[in-house]
Design a protein around this ligand. Structure first.
Ligand code: SF4
Length: 222
């Protein structure tokens, strides 16, 4: 199996906003199982073959040197759960003493279950993109209402079992109405609230994407 480290196309040394209350580094994995028209990381999600891999050694060196100032690592994408060898990458981070948070669109509950079984991830931030019937338009036709409901229902079951390990969020993209957001909120298990994120349109007229802007080279992190 290919190492997940060969799919790391971005690394942000310090972020204060990706893990609430934590000084976190952020690892960006390429590839995604959705094609959302509102995506900010579209090069990373769909064209990562045009991007440079950030060397594992450079990231590990940085995290080792800065362990006193970095509280943990956020793994995001793209969609991290589709990356082969993801659990090994997380184990490597844990060996460095780094707790891990992971972002996900919730379409691979089987992967979340495996990571929970091994207690590899401290927190999952899962996107609920909107009401199930709007998933086709929200995800560029990649995800049917039935598939969205089936997968997210499984994620909600996991959240009931591990309530401290999940938070849910929604981005208020233009196609969503207030009623849509309320409907999406109604899916959540009791005790959970849906964190609302304001939508900022991606700057597609520029070659540079958010993920590229946040990317640092192996030399920089070494
Ligand atoms: S799930 Fe996230 S990374 Fe994937 S296409 Fe949608 S917005 Fe982009």
């Amino acid at each position: 199996m290919a190492s997940a480290w060969s799919r790391v196309f971005g690394f942000e040394r310090v972020s204060l906003c990706d893990w609430p209350g934590m000084n976190a580094s952020v690892i960006f994995l390429g590839g995604c199982n959705m094609h959302c028209p509102t995506c900010h990381n579209y090069n990373l999600a769909w064209h990562s073959d045009t991007m440079d891999v950030i060397p594992q050694q450079a990231i590990e060196n940085y995290l080792t040197k800065r362990a006193r100032w970095i509280d943990g690592v956020v793994i995001t994408g793209g969609e991290a759960t589709i990356t082969p060898g993801l659990a090994d990458l997380i184990r490597d981070l844990k060996h460095l003493g780094m707790p891990v948070k992971m972002d996900s669109n919730g379409m691979r509950p089987d992967v979340l279950q495996e990571l929970l079984d091994e207690d590899l991830v401290k927190l999952f931030a899962v996107d609920v993109k909107g009401p199930y019937q709007k998933y086709p338009v929200l995800t560029g036709g990649t995800t049917s209402p039935e598939v969205a409901e089936e997968n997210l229902s499984q994620v909600f079951e996991l959240a009931k079992q591990y309530p401290d390990k999940f938070l849910f969020r929604i981005t208020k993209v233009p196609v969503l109405t207030e009623e849509d957001i309320q409907e999406a909120e109604s899916y959540l298990p009791e005790g959970f609230t849906l964190k609302h994120q304001e939508y900022v349109p991606p700057r597609r007229e520029h070659a540079e994407t958010d993920s590229e802007a946040r990317q640092v080279s192996g030399d920089m992190v070494a």
